[in-house]
Design a protein around this ligand. Structure first.
Ligand SMILES: Nc1ncnc2c1ncn2[C@@H]1O[C@H](COP(=O)(O)OP(=O)(O)OP(=O)(O)O)[C@@H](O)[C@H]1O
Ligand SMILES: [Mg+2]
Length: 248
């Protein structure tokens, strides 16, 4: 469960989050959409305790991240897998070593078990045979899949994916979203996914939230969402060129 209440966060005097409130029930796949620069990545970082809000409460599985001591915060972060917007792969490490990394850092598993689990996740994202490759020899979609395997290799209770489909063709984008939905289905964990593939995201997520200028202005199940009468929602869905919703 992730509960963000009235979050404000300013960078150099500019408001990135401006009264953001969002509740993500345990086990829900929550899709986040919104125009560039509206604060989606900041939301992701606040939700896993990487950025502290100036004002507001961040409660993750019962722990208040703003008030938590370092140990409590680390406990929560241990159970939180994050796929960053830019992949943030370790370029000097192989695909397999990238995926093994969280297991080595966060668990006490032996080497054999670490390897086995990482291999399993590499296979899950369809990259068997790529274990010894380095990230710079992969395509954008393949890199995204490595980042996804790495984010979920510890079976985190919370998985946060920040624009895992950015810059991908529609088919690859849909495959990545399906993979994330598959992980959610298998684990029953809480997942937040930001994506600019709006039709793709609406087709896999259980709930959707539209962000606008640092706050959530609409939240609900995708079907209700697409029937929203709100002007910003209609405009956004229209701009996203959905075959349904919007103005046409
Ligand atoms: N570390 C930072 N330092 C200064 N400004 C920042 C920082 N992080 C975010 N911002 C600003 O906060 C606002 C929200 O940024 P954020 O990255 O959260 O938007 P976004 O919705 O993820 O955008 P995009 O769709 O382009 O990924 C932007 O105006 C951005 O310039
Ligand atoms: Mg972003």
């Amino acid at each position: 469960m992730i509960n963000l209440v009235n979050i404000h966060r300013t960078f150099d005097g500019e408001k990135a989050l401006d009264g953001l409130t969002l509740f993500v029930p345990r086990g829900t796949l929550m899709g986040i959409i919104g125009p560039g620069g509206c604060g989606k990545s900041t939301l992701c970082k606040v939700a896993c305790g990487l950025i502290r809000p100036d004002i507001g409460a961040v409660v993750v599985d019962g722990v208040d991240l703003v008030r938590a001591d370092r140990k409590k915060l680390l406990d929560v972060q241990r159970n939180c897998g994050v796929q960053f917007q830019n992949d943030a792969l370790f370029e000097h490490m192989t695909v397999l070593a990238n995926v093994e990394y969280p297991l080595r850092r966060l668990t006490d598993l032996g080497l054999g078990e670490v390897r086995a689990r990482a291999m399993e996740r590499v296979a899950m994202v369809g990259l068997s045979g790529f274990e010894d490759r380095y990230p710079n020899s992969l395509s954008g979609g393949q890199r995204r899949r490595v980042a996804l395997a790495r984010a979920c290799v510890t079976d985190p209770l919370i998985l946060i994916c920040d624009d895992p489909t950015a810059g991908l063709d529609p088919v690859t984008s849909r495959r990545i979203l399906d993979m994330i939905a598959g992980i959610r289905y298998q684990t029953g964990n809480t997942v937040i996914v930001v994506s600019s593939d709006v039709p793709g995201l609406l087709s896999v997520c259980e709930r959707t939230a539209l962000m606008w200028s640092g706050r959530i202005i609409e939240e609900g199940i995708p079907a209700d969402f697409m029937r929203s009468e709100r002007d910003e929602v209609k405009r956004f869905l229209d701009d996203a060129r959905l075959p349904f919703g919007g103005n046409g």
